[in-house]
Design a binder for this molecule. Structure first.
Ligand code: NAD
Ligand code: TDX
Length: 339
């Protein structure tokens, strides 16, 4: 598994994955394909920009001629597809780009991979395809697919395409489904970096509804390790779930963030709930532990502290990302402009 085509490598998880690969595999070669949407940022890879093992190709995964061109220029051992529209709230405002990138883009990659005889294809998916849990139980790989948001419906559709290609064409596809990631370089539309960056500016923290919704938080590097394990040791046609065993209500998490930053609870604003808001996600990771020898290693309190420290030390990155079109999105989503 020497040459990897990574899509969406300028986003949050993709950039962490590329750095981790370069740190852990001296012989790896990576082609990073990214169209640089609002969420894609070359700065996320500035620490490895001079590394000759990694090459960037700007382009769209929906563009078959472009993907064919990349695959014919280099012999690729595996494709890891991170590229996606990834934010639930944006999918509620406009599902068009989600259908395009998350579904059509996946179909293009599958067809191009078949034509180029790529030996492994890994689809980076999400626990949101399983819908919502009540206060008990866990998602396993056998849990029926039951997506709630346009984002998760599109991710589910992509998973079903991968599954269909495996069954119909004997395609060497593997699907991984992970819970909520946190860590450095996450775009500040997602809960943790949004609340850290708002709190640092004494801006309100908009908690949807009561804040009793539960998420299972996993450090992005644990997710990257899981993807790597599935890529190397997973079985084609199989699904592997990853989670962090760190379930928290949104209110609990918000209070921890405020305490860690030394900011007052008066910054919390309960705002209108997200439409179709899944109540709880929690993952049974037994299959990945048993078959891949993987388990999450980062202790949540340690990972959260390191993440907060990263945002405190990278205020220029945050400021740049929170400028321009981000401010328009913020106003549409939250009903007021950032100060
Ligand atoms: P992100 O939004 O930070 O990054 C997405 C990247 O994909 C960006 O660099 C963007 O420019 C690129 N991209 C978007 N459309 C593209 C296109 N048409 N062609 C080429 N590149 C395109 O997302 P993320 O949080 O890093 O998530 C990465 C993947 O992991 C997604 O598939 C997401 O569904 C999945 N996932 C995310 C989480 C999470 O907690 N963030 C959890 C489970 C699974
Ligand atoms: O302003 C907010 N207020 C709030 O209360 C935002 C942005 C979120 N929330 C809540 C909604 C969720 O219950 O916080 C929780 C986490 O929200 P997000 O960070 O938007 O993540 P989520 O919707 O759970 O989805 C994430 O995990 C699964 C990623 O964005 C997906 O890409 C991934 O598939």
């Amino acid at each position: 598994m020497k040459t990897l085509l990574v899509t969406g490598g300028c986003g949050f998880i993709g950039s962490n994955f590329i750095r981790w690969q370069l740190e852990n595999y001296p012989d790896v070669e990576i082609i990073n394909v990214d169209v640089l949407t609002y969420a894609g940022n070359l700065e996320n890879l500035s620490s490895v920009e001079d590394d000759p093992r990694c090459r960037f190709e700007k382009g769209d995964i929906c563009d078959r001629a472009f993907i064919d061109g990349v695959l014919s220029s280099t012999s690729v051992d595996a494709i890891v597809n991170f590229a996606a529209e990834s934010h639930v709230d944006r999918s509620i405002l406009d599902s068009g780009p989600f259908v395009q990138t998350n579904i059509v883009g996946t179909q293009v990659l599958l067809d191009a991979s078949r034509q180029a005889n790529v030996e492994r294809y890994l689809q980076v998916s999400t626990d949101e395809v399983y819908g919502s849990l009540g206060s008990e139980g866990f998602f396993t790989e056998e849990t029926p697919l039951d997506p709630s948001s346009p984002y998760s419906a599109c991710k589910t559709s992509a998973d079903l395409l991968v599954q269909a290609y495996c069954r119909t064409h004997g395609f060497p596809g593997i699907i991984t489904r992970c819970s909520n990631n946190y860590g450095p370089y996450q775009f500040p539309e997602k809960l943790i970096p949004l609340f850290i960056s708002n709190a640092l500016k004494d801006e309100a923290l908009p908690v949807y509804g009561t804040g009793e919704n539960v998420r299972d938080w996993i450090h992005v590097i644990d997710h990257c390790r899981g993807i790597d394990a599935a890529l190397r040791d997973g079985k084609p046609g199989e699904v592997y779930n990853f989670g962090g065993h760190a379930e928290l209500t949104n209110m609990d998490l918000t209070l921890r963030l405020l305490r860690a930053l030394g900011k007052p609870e008066t910054l919390i604003r309960h705002v209108e709930d997200r439409a179709g808001h899944d109540f709880r996600y929690a993952i049974d990771t037994a299959k990945a532990e048993r078959e891949l020898g993987w388990k999450p290693q980062v202790v949540f309190n340690t990972g959260l502290k390191e993440t907060i420290d990263w945002y405190l030390s990278n205020t220029t990155w945050v400021e740049r990302v929170r400028s321009g079109a981000y401010r328009d999105y913020y106003e549409t989503q939250y009903g007021h402009r950032l100060a």
